[in-house]
Design a protein around this ligand. Structure first.
Ligand SMILES: [Zn+2]
Ligand SMILES: [Zn+2]
Length: 135
């Protein structure tokens, strides 16, 4: 598996050589605010499978919660991925930056009790009040 992605302005290009696991649509208020959308779609990528091909100097890092970081393009503000100190082996990729079609599919909607009241679900995926079971 080899997937490619880039930010809105095109300075940052990334490559994934592996699977994207545990893809979820997250409706929590933090993801809504960070993305500016109804929900963020994130997937887990092994850190060894993740490569920044260009634009490293444009990657900014924001931390509101100790040990958790949101990495974004400092030029165009695209969210790229998040990371956390207590799990340095993987990142959570923001799937909207992908330029490649992927084989994997989302498995659930999470934190649905925090969803925007103007959002209408139009999917058959399971809905969970917090994380999916098992995480
Ligand atoms: Zn950019
Ligand atoms: Zn979230």
């Amino acid at each position: 598996m080899s997937y490619f992605g880039s930010c809105y302005c095109g300075e940052i290009h990334i490559e994934i050589n592996g699977n994207i696991d545990s893809i979820i649509h997250c409706h929590c208020s933090r993801c809504r605010k960070a993305s500016g959308t109804a929900y963020a779609t994130n997937g887990v990528v092994n850190i060894d499978d993740f490569k920044i091909l260009s634009g490293v100097k444009f990657i900014g890092k924001y931390s509101k919660i100790t040990g958790k970081y949101r990495h974004f393009c400092t030029q165009c503000a695209s969210p790229i991925y998040s990371s956390r100190d207590d799990n340095p082996k993987s990142i959570r990729l923001r799937l909207g930056i992908l330029d490649s079609d992927i084989a994997e599919r989302p498995m659930s909607h999470n934190f649905v009790t925090s969803k925007a009241n103007w959002e209408d679900f139009d999917t058959e995926l399971p809905h969970f009040d917090t994380y999916e079971p098992g995480r």
